[in-house]
Every structure is written in structure tokens, then in C-alpha cells.
Design a binder for this molecule. Structure first.
Ligand SMILES: [Zn+2]
Ligand SMILES: [Zn+2]
Length: 249
């Protein structure tokens, strides 16, 4: 499978990246995981509007879902459109949430563009991918994922504070795509919201993942400091996510 980091900025877009969005491809199937602010624009560098087969949303914070509304409009006006609905796996309430983004209730329009499937912990077969979902530690219902195909696997933390379930989900994965929003040295960061770079590294070490890619990088933090903090706690291959980065697994 191929993983492309479309957006890796945390909380709001940065000058060089949209908010969270990742493209998983295998056997011609394209699965988009999260669709935060600005993701739909950059996503079109890697896949056409009509070429997405399914969407998976970790949670309903704006920096992970807001561009799904733009995508509903894009599918309506696409050449040959309106395009038939594609499945969107998301927490309960996603249709209602997305339908209100435009200011008027567009329930029917969103329901025509997407077929919503409520996420629950456990395994979901999405095209050629096996996706295992687990509950993360975040103020709203949030799922982390282990996306597997042909013996290769990527574990994605979504947004989470410290979380044993993330370690379980990521056990032995080839690649851990873990959020590292906070720094240990930064005062006043609330618990049970996000991981520090050190915590992300410790979770990946406990899960014995092959490599660690730090993501959900908040624009106000120094990236080098994030990388350095994680390096002290993770002995394996460690990278900062950036928009456009691809991994073939
Ligand atoms: Zn977020
Ligand atoms: Zn969040």
C-alpha cells in the first residue's frame, strides 16, 4: 500500500500544510483518512475528485472533518456528476455535523453524496484494507486506526492523550503515524487531549513499531524541538510528517 501525507498540521493549517488528511492507496482503491481544513485542495494533487472510493473520519473536530462539506459540493458539480455516494466511516453524528457546516441544514445534499457508516471499535473491511478501530483519549469520541494490507500495517493515532489502546492498536505495526502536538517543556498543556513528542515516542516504543512518523504538528511549535524530544525516547527510525511525504509499504 501507499500512504501519502496530504495534511499534517495540527489544530489549524500551517503555511506549508493543510490540517489532517492522509491518503491510503492499494489495488487502485483510494481511502482518505480525515479531511481537515484545506485538505481538499492539496488532495487533488494526488487524486481526482471522482477518484476517492471511501473516507474514514477519526473524529468530528473541524481540523479532521471540515473539508468533507466542500467535497460534497465537489462531487455534485464534478463532470458527469452528481457522483454516486461513497461510504464515509465516521463517529455517530457525522452527517448532522457536516450538514450544518454551510450554515443552512444541508442534510439531504450531504446524504446524497455520502453513505455514512457509524464507526465502532473493531475490524472494518474497507476496499482492500482491513481497518481496526480503537477508542482514543480525546474530549470527543475519537478513533485511532490500524490500516493493514498484504501484511503491512500503519497505525494512526488521530488525536489522543496518553492511551493504552493506542499501544495495543499499533503493536508491531510497520509505521506509527502518531500525533505529537505538545512539547514536555511547554507549560499549561491540558492532559487527555494530545500527546507530547516524548509521549508519542514512548507509545511507539511500547508498541514496538518499525518506524515513527510524528504528525498533527501544531504551527506554533518548533519542529526541530519536537523531533529532538521524540528522538530521546524512540530508538528506531523517526521522521517528521510533511505534506507530500509518501511511504510504500
Ligand atoms: Zn486535531
Ligand atoms: Zn481533535
Amino acid at each position: 500500500m501507499r500512504l501519502t501525507v496530504v495534511g499534517c498540521a495540527g489544530t489549524f493549517p500551517g503555511p506549508d500544510s493543510p490540517s489532517s488528511c492522509y491518503l491510503f492507496e492499494a489495488d487502485g482503491f483510494r481511502l482518505v483518512v480525515d479531511m481537515g481544513h484545506g485538505a481538499l485542495g492539496v488532495l487533488q494533487r494526488y487524486a481526482g475528485i471522482a477518484d476517492i472510493d471511501a473516507v474514514l473520519l477519526s473524529h468530528l473536530h473541524a481540523d479532521h472533518c471540515v473539508d468533507l462539506y466542500g467535497y460534497r459540493v465537489a462531487r455534485h458539480y464534478a463532470p458527469g456528476g452528481p457522483l454516486p455516494p461513497i461510504p464515509v466511516y465516521a463517529p455517530v453524528g457525522a452527517l448532522e455535523r457536516i450538514a450544518k457546516i454551510h450554515g443552512v441544514d444541508d442534510h439531504d445534499g450531504v446524504a446524497r453524496a455520502f453513505s455514512f457508516r457509524a464507526l465502532a471499535p473493531g475490524r472494518h473491511e474497507i476496499g482492500p484494507f482491513t481497518v481496526e478501530a480503537g477508542r482514543m483519549n480525546h474530549p470527543v469520541e475519537t478513533f485511532g486506526f490500524r490500516v493493514s494490507r498484504d501484511g503491512a500495517s500503519v497505525a494512526y493515532s488521530a488525536d489522543t492523550g496518553e492511551c493504552d489502546e493506542l499501544v495495543r492498536l499499533a503493536r508491531g505495526a510497520d509505521l506509527a503515524l502518531f500525533e505529537a502536538s505538545f512539547l514536555t517543556t511547554q507549560p499549561g498543556c491540558p492532559p487527555n487531549v494530545h500527546l507530547t513528542a516524548r509521549q508519542a515516542a514512548e507509545h511507539a516504543r511500547r508498541a514496538d513499531t518499525g518506524r515513527l512518523v510524528l504528525t498533527h504538528l501544531v504551527p506554533w511549535n518548533d519542529r526541530l524541538a519536537t523531533l529532538e524530544e521524540a528522538t530521546r525516547s524512540f530508538p528506531g527510525h523517526l521522521t517528521l510528517a510533511s505534506s507530500g511525504l509518501t511511504f510504500d509499504l
